[in-house]
Design a protein around this ligand. Structure first.
Ligand SMILES: [Fe+2]
Length: 201
């Protein structure tokens, strides 16, 4: 199975795609999502859970929107109040692509009951079990010849990466990702990411 979705369908899922001002970058983001749709084992992106842990009952697409909108508000707040500049197109593209590989890192688990009527049960795919999270998303960004900065932001957004970023866009993406994840963990009563994070110098 695969997901057959067009640009209008993706824009409906992720309205912030339209805010990317650079045509090549915006088209690249759309093309990567369409390719992932064609490669994955899901029927629609809405069925894919955010993860197979405590957020297995929420939709990945809602998380990606949450991260994008939260990161933009962090960036805009710092710009307005402190005059901190940032690259809006790169931040938008990186937020929208940071978890684009999750639909191929997982697959539907037909043996398991769906946790609710929002998403299906998932398990790790062979790719997800063998390749570090976000590596495949980064590969797609290179394959589409999108900016190195966007690849860097996507690769470094996760603690699965050995490499950290020192850019302001990475900061907004990183903290928005954890804040939106904790908003998803909150109703489950599980331990939040902010409680678990340990920074080692
Ligand atoms: Fe994420």
């Amino acid at each position: 199975m695969a997901i057959n979705i067009d640009d209008a369908g993706l824009q409906a899922l992720f309205p912030e795609i339209a805010e990317i001002s650079d045509d090549t970058l915006r088209r690249g983001v759309l093309a990567i999502w369409k390719e992932i749709g064609a490669e994955c084992a899901w029927d629609k992106f809405e069925d894919v859970p955010k993860n197979i842990g405590s957020e297995h009952g929420r939709r990945l697409v809602d998380h990606i929107r949450g991260v994008t909108v939260m990161a933009l508000s962090l960036a805009e707040t710092a710009r307005k109040l402190h005059g901190t500049p940032y690259n809006r197109d790169h931040l938008l593209a990186a937020c929208l692509l940071h978890d684009v590989s999750k639909p191929v890192e997982t697959e539907p688990d037909p043996g398991k009951k769906p946790p609710n009527d929002k998403v299906l049960a998932a398990r790790k795919s062979a790719l997800g079990a063998n390749i570090q999270h976000a590596a495949y998303a980064t590969h797609k960004i290179f394959a589409h010849e999108l900016p190195l900065d966007v690849a860097h932001l996507v690769l470094t957004h996760t603690h699965a990466s050995n490499l950290r970023s020192n850019t302001i866009e990475a900061s907004y993406l990183f903290f928005a990702d954890y804040a939106d994840s904790d908003a998803g963990v909150e109703p489950t009563g599980d331990v939040k990411f902010a409680h678990r994070i340990r920074f080692v110098e």
